[in-house]
Design a protein. Structure first.
Length: 72
């Protein structure tokens, strides 16, 4: 699957957490070591859930939570 670009900074979705994301949050999914791994990768999960977001995800998640709360 050619997915060299990904909108990893898109707004949070219901189901996103610090440990799992709805859809892929890697900036370059093709470089993810777990790309297309059953039970781990959003691209092959029926639920479209990534079980191993990138290391930078926790920091980005916190920023997205803060910006969401400031809009509400």
């Amino acid at each position: 699957m050619a997915t060299s670009k990904n909108d990893f900074k898109r707004p949070l979705q219901a189901g996103d957490s610090e440990s799992a994301t709805i859809g892929c949050r890697h900036s370059n999914p093709d470089m993810c070591a777990k790309h297309s791994m059953e039970g781990v990768c959003a691209f092959v999960s029926e639920e479209n859930i990534c079980q191993t977001p990138p290391g930078s995800w926790k920091k980005l998640y916190a920023k997205l939570v803060d910006s969401k709360e400031s809009r509400d």
